[in-house]
Design a protein around this ligand. Sequence first.
Ligand SMILES: *[C@@H]1O[C@H](CO)[C@@H](O)[C@H](O)[C@H]1NC(C)=O
Ligand SMILES: *[C@@H]1O[C@H](CO)[C@@H](O)[C@H](O)[C@H]1NC(C)=O
Ligand SMILES: *[C@@H]1O[C@H](CO)[C@@H](O)[C@H](O)[C@H]1NC(C)=O
Ligand SMILES: *[C@@H]1O[C@H](CO)[C@@H](O)[C@H](O)[C@H]1NC(C)=O
Ligand SMILES: *[C@@H]1O[C@H](CO)[C@@H](O)[C@H](O)[C@H]1NC(C)=O
Length: 300
Amino acid sequence: MAALKEKRTCAQRCEDFGYFVWNPDTKQLLGRTLDKWVYISLYYVAFYIVMSGLFVLALYVLLSTLSPYTPTYRDRLQSPGVVMRPNTYGDEGLLIVYEVNKPDSYTPLIHTLQNYLTPYNRTEQHAHYENEHCNGNKYFTQNEPKDPEQKLLSCPFYRSSLGKCSGMDNSTFGYPDGQPCIIIKMNRIIKFFPSGKGSPPPYVNCSMLKGEPKNLHNIEYFPPNGTFDLHYFPYYGKIAQPSYMNPLVAVKFNSLEKNKLLKIECRVVADKISADNIHDPYEGKVEFEIEIKNGTAVNK
Ligand SMILES: *[C@@H]1O[C@H](CO)[C@@H](O)[C@H](O)[C@H]1NC(C)=O
Ligand SMILES: *[C@@H]1O[C@H](CO)[C@@H](O)[C@H](O)[C@H]1NC(C)=O
Ligand SMILES: *[C@@H]1O[C@H](CO)[C@@H](O)[C@H](O)[C@H]1NC(C)=O
Ligand SMILES: *[C@@H]1O[C@H](CO)[C@@H](O)[C@H](O)[C@H]1NC(C)=O
Ligand SMILES: *[C@@H]1O[C@H](CO)[C@@H](O)[C@H](O)[C@H]1NC(C)=O
């Protein structure tokens, strides 16, 4: 309980502050003499110049090591992700539910498919490439471009190769008949070769996860056997290959049980594609639930 400071009046405090701002006795401004202020300012100016120099240098070194064509870090992408259209979701992931007698329930689904396939119209792909590289089932490897202006070629993928699921002859994709089409796409991975030397090209194989296997007894794949032709690989990246279109596979389910929630898995099978990553259920495969309702059947 030693000496409490004596109480000071407000006027005294203001006077003290005035001395702090400018002390005429010691010639200090805000506690420092003017030449000290000059020194400290110069110090900080130099300090920030050096710091921003280091920052710019670090940025420059980083950017100069990046290739415009290929991401530097991509160790997470060992196998491509697989996506599906139509892509409507329920609580537990992809879920397609519609009623055969209610066009309102499936029109959005077939619109999704129509829109998704529009860029695959023949006329939309005139800038692509068609020659012997795009006929055979062989990788279409090209020399990487030397500068960003140089573009590589891409093989076109026409929707006509999706046959009954192309939406060209009949735009309903089988939905009103209870025999719906889905479309499967593999995401792009730069310079990815899905099949090893001498191995067959990747293909789609769908199987039942929940429901009778007979649901898949009548299943059609387009193109034939559900293959992704090797001439669509490898992909060289958006800058080098701006005209690239992902190849697609369509699956038509012709014998699905009605009024029953079924769970189906479609895998892309190839020796360089794994579909067993428990942390990523959409790596190398896609799982979805589907229920086709037929009100008439229920009411009878
Ligand atoms: C694409 O093709 C489909 C089916 O042939 C046709 O209905 C549609 O109008 C075409 N779209 C464009 C943008 O050409
Ligand atoms: C398309 O298929 C549906 C269902 O089978 C049929 O009702 C419709 O008439 C077909 N449309 C055309 C243009 O063929
Ligand atoms: C497709 O998958 C099923 C179930 O996993 C398997 O029994 C069948 O052999 C596969 N078919 C092909 C062609 O890979
Ligand atoms: C589809 O697979 C069968 C059996 O493996 C094969 O005989 C046939 O040639 C394949 N068809 C195409 C178009 O690749
Ligand atoms: C719906 O049920 C009716 C009556 O059982 C049947 O005639 C019709 O073929 C069914 N439709 C589909 C798409 O399964």
